[in-house]
Design a protein around this ligand. Sequence first.
Ligand code: PRX
Length: 649
Amino acid sequence: MTEQQRVHPVRGDFAANAWADKETYQSMYQQSVDDPETFWGEQAKRLEWTKTPTKIKHTVFDTHNVDIRWFEDGELNACANCLDRHLDKRGDQPAIIWEGDDPDQSKTLTYRQLHEQTCQLANTFKALGVGKGDVVTLYMPMIPEAAMAMLACARIGAIHSVVFGGFSPDALAQRIVDAESKLVITADESVRGGKQVPLKDNVDAALTRKGTDVVANVLVVKRTGGEIEWHDGRDLWYHEQVDQQSADCPAEPMNAEDPLFILYTSGSTGAPKGLKHTTGGYLLHAAMTHQYVFDYQDGEVYWCSADVGWVTGHSYIVYGPLANGATTLMFEGVPSYPSHGRLGEIIDKHNVAILYTSPTAIRALMAHGDDVMDSSRRDSLRVLGSVGEPINPEAWEWFYRVIGNSTCPIVDTWWQTETGGIMITPLPGATDLKPGSATLPFFGVQPALVSNEGKILEGATDGNLVILDSWPGQARSIWKNHERFVQTYFSAYPGMYFTGDGCRRDEDGYYWITGRVDDVINVSGHRMGTAEIESSLVAHEAVAEAAVVGYPHDVKGQGIYIYVTLKDDYEPSEELRKELVQWVRKDIGPIASPDVIQWSPSLPKTRSGKIMRRILRKIAANETEGLGDTSTLADPSVVDDLIENRANR
Ligand code: PRX
């Protein structure tokens, strides 16, 4: 039996106690697509509305008029839904369990404490002149203050824009300028794997860049007490400000379609896009998926190991779990510190029932052998989840057998920053699992596969993954650029949302995501535009031209492979190679660190000057047979040189 045919059927005892078994999934799914108005109108009741919506769905995927509205006459507040409404029943229940980078540091915040501190922070924002519709940028470590800052924005109707703490000052500045953010929240330093990252220094550097004078204040959490510079009048200590404020801050009633946050993500071209997510539909999608996909049961400790800087952290550390009154674990560090047993030790220490992590983290542990998990028992685990990139069947089986002690279903969840929440996924009590497949669509999600010409393909086939109709968590637009939104997602296949992913559907209707079909690469689950890395490289004085492609990497899923053509006055050298690696790290951030640089005197181009990436991808993958038709190249001999000098063999 090949790996792909191996099936793990739903366990009967699991199905009996789960939120959804096979029949429930099927009947709910059917209703969700046959009668979305009734289905989502009913589901909306899981949130607390200050004005109940009567208009449920108004969505148009027409290329000339993409218009997406859910619950458009309803009013609610996302923060009140995540905190206030739980106070009566769960005021003393842990809302956030924080585990520090240092295993001796952890703390718990109850719903009451989180509510109180979030209200104080919301009042701080108001005192600083931040109100409804203003954008607040977060550049934070993985500490509870990050969640509080998101919730405090939501409470007063401000819009948060979280920038991952691993991005460079330039990348941060770019996002601050695009969002016209008045306030930045950061910490003196973050700590990961025993090392300090100078967040405040990075903010200082970012704020010297053009256009950042929109920022009036920087609020600084004292995380390490490390040395930082101080700009009087602009910089404020978080604790000093918050301590002065009352914990009474009424939640602002928001229209369901008011923006909750923007989150930047990379596309195949141009600068990162600020995806706009709104309040009602997003929160409903995050909450509902969190309950059904992880089969969350009252009182359980749930751990999503993502960073709040990514959409996974937004939906599945903060909004989904808190909207459900769950206990969410937030981990500051990395799974390899102080030892490779850390992940399991955290699970035992906090009695974690549900672990949601990435294929990269699993493969990195797997590389150390089964005994990396010997320091823990992990018998509190009930459900495992995977996200961010395709999980290979070997890593799936290892996750199942070694981390999950062969007792926990694995939910391989496919979704995107644009989708707001999980889209294609097993439900642990309802779906027979096939390692490597994200399986079946969640409620309300209508996937389809189309040919390059846009024809909908039926049955078992490969194709481009599209979604035929809207779902509540869908991003509504790109910040200040609706035209780009329409162009990026709705122009390739008119009338459909194009995901950018390739996919296979098998004879059981299961979906197998095969990876991006555009110029986006996915390195350790971090999504990057090859064009962004290329434009960074050509800004270096030695570089005439650069082409970036992904190539298969054992741990990271994809690695970054760069072809560089130097200017005439420059010679390839080890020193220059290192310099270019540092250049990109500094320009974009360590996540964009090049793995391989191949010096290439010229690049394969068509006669019209277009680089043929298909060929570069194959050479980078060491697949030099069957390069396809190279006759359209201006100079086919370029390819021979690239093959001969390829760096990955
Ligand atoms: O290519 C798909 C991959 O990650 C992309 C979305 O990246 P991002 O917006 O950063 O969001 C990541 C977390 C939701 C997708 O277009 N991807 C995500 N999940 C999976 C996946 N590929 C395969 N299997 C998955 N489960």
